[in-house]
Design a protein. Sequence first.
Length: 256
Amino acid sequence: MRNILTLMGKELRLYFISPIAYVVAMVFLAISDFLFYNQIQYFSGLSMRMMQFQNNLPELNIHDAVFRPTLFNMSFILLLIMPLLTMRLFAEEKKEHTNELLMTSPITITEIVFGKFIAALVVYLLLLVLSLHLPLMLSLAVDISWKPLFTSYLGLFLMGAVFLSMGLFASALTDNQMIAAVISFGILIGLWMAGASVHTAGESALGQIANYLSMSNHLDQFIKGLISSRSLTYFISMTALGLFLTHRVVESQRWK
């Protein structure tokens, strides 16, 4: 455990002495604020129109009207920027030949993989915490149902764990950070869009598999405020798969 924490601390320092974490945070928060503002504007306009017709304040579900579309759009933005957090984790080590020192150190491959993964996960968690200013600001004006919001953020956290594990796998495949980012993006967009093939595959076995592999379908359950064992199993198993594949790639390189 000490080796994992030491490696995690090293990776966190590298994140915050380079501009990557700051740029990702700035882009993510700026787009999230813009999406949230647009959704608030739409919600306000809808409320005013309903008041004109009903002559009273309508009872609208603010989670469904504001947070659900905002958080779902935020998840797609994360899909685009998360490869930037993982592209350097192994690729930079190989390019600068520091991976040879790491591979010959008395640290197991499992500790190496988990140390880098947890460091990236901490940075991602900070992004989610920073985005909480949106519901906190809105709570000053209206009542918010915090339970579905908590469930939504849990879904975003689990989704991010999958993104990072797959990005770590992509970074382990190459010594080029841009190639790692492209591979990571290709894997993530494939998982995100898997559900699109359901319409063509229908109710066949292929359609059911595609529906299960679709990350957006599972995330939508959490954003609705529902926690299903099926979706929990999906996120945990996909994260484990990404870490397992990373372990196998790094292990094969250690013996070269």
